[in-house]
Design a protein around this ligand. Structure first.
Ligand SMILES: Nc1ccn([C@@H]2O[C@H](COP(=O)(O)OP(=O)(O)OP(=O)(O)O)[C@@H](O)[C@H]2O)c(=O)n1
Ligand SMILES: C[C@](O)(CO)[C@H](O)COP(=O)(O)O
Length: 248
């Protein structure tokens, strides 16, 4: 049985250098506000809420890096948690690799968490960390799907696309972040897999390409990714419900 009270030192890398094209025109997505506070600040607080997190590495849009440093300089966080800000790259994979380079070798566990998932509850963060601590080299939080999924042959936009297959829904999971890793395994994945990720859209996909095991733990509905305009409406509603529940 594992010692539930032991919290290994954990770093959280937050890729936040995306433009937010699918959200529409405006500031880079991580700097758009939810209840008056930038999404990135919500995401940093969500990581720092875990007792295990001693370092948060924010990967900022390169041109906004000084502004992001200023934004986070006065943020009230637990004393145990340091924040550093580094400039990001052209792709999410490149941004994560740049953030990972700022994590000291003596930190055994690394989380990678999208700034675009600002509302993940701390219990989800802790359950990912615990699964890595208990021996899994790579851990992803995920939820079962509500929709049926079809594999298609992609065609021209607006033209009907032939269906190739219908994967068995009960075996599918929609993957969220934070994803948790044994640091050395994640570094090896980023050093080994080519820069295009060979089609991987998350860090766990890179680890899979190494042939290392990846396991799923339960995700949370509130860890959804703010991707399109309607997601902003949902995020504001979640925050309003939290404020009401907290009695504010
Ligand atoms: N070059 C990039 C691209 C993405 N990200 C980050 O990766 C996370 C997930 O990416 P996504 O939700 O796709 O964000 P964007 O790339 O900003 O969105 P879009 O694809 O709509 O432009 C986000 O926190 C985003 O800031 C990053 O750090 N560097
Ligand atoms: C990492 C991720 O959030 C897991 O679902 C997702 O793959 C990111 O995809 P995006 O296209 O970069 O938003």
């Amino acid at each position: 049985m594992s010692d539930r009270s032991f919290t290994p030192r954990t770093a959280a890398v937050i890729p936040a250098a995306g433009r937010g094209v699918r959200l529409g025109p405006g500031a880079p997505k991580a700097l758009r506000v939810l209840n008056g506070t930038p999404m990135l600040v919500h995401a940093v607080r969500a990581m720092a809420a875990s007792n295990a997190v001693v370092l948060v590495v924010v990967v900022a849009p390169p041109e906004d890096t000084p502004g992001v440093r200023n934004l986070l300089a006065d943020l009230a966080l637990p004393d145990r948690t340091d924040v550093v800000v580094v400039p990001g790259g052209e792709t999410r994979q490149e941004s994560v690799r740049l953030g990972l380079a700022a994590v000291p070798d003596d930190v055994p566990i690394v989380l990678v968490h999208d700034a675009a998932r600002p509302l993940v509850p701390v219990d989800t963060v802790d359950s990912v960390i615990e699964a890595v601590r208990d021996g899994a080299p790579a851990v992803v939080p995920a939820l079962p799907l509500a929709d049926t999924v079809k594999e298609v042959t992609p065609g021209e936009k607006g033209t009907p696309e032939p269906v190739v297959a219908t994967p068995e829904r009960a075996r599918l999971r929609a993957v969220q972040t934070p994803q948790g890793f044994d640091r050395a395994t994640l570094v090896r994945a980023h050093d080994t897999v080519p820069a295009d990720g060979e089609g991987a859209t998350d860090c766990a996909g890179l680890v899979e390409r190494l042939g290392e095991p990846v396991v799923v733990v339960p995700g949370h509905e509130e860890a959804f990714k703010v991707t399109r305009p309607l997601d902003l409406v949902l995020a504001e509603a979640v925050l309003a419900r939290r404020r009401a529940n907290d009695g504010f």
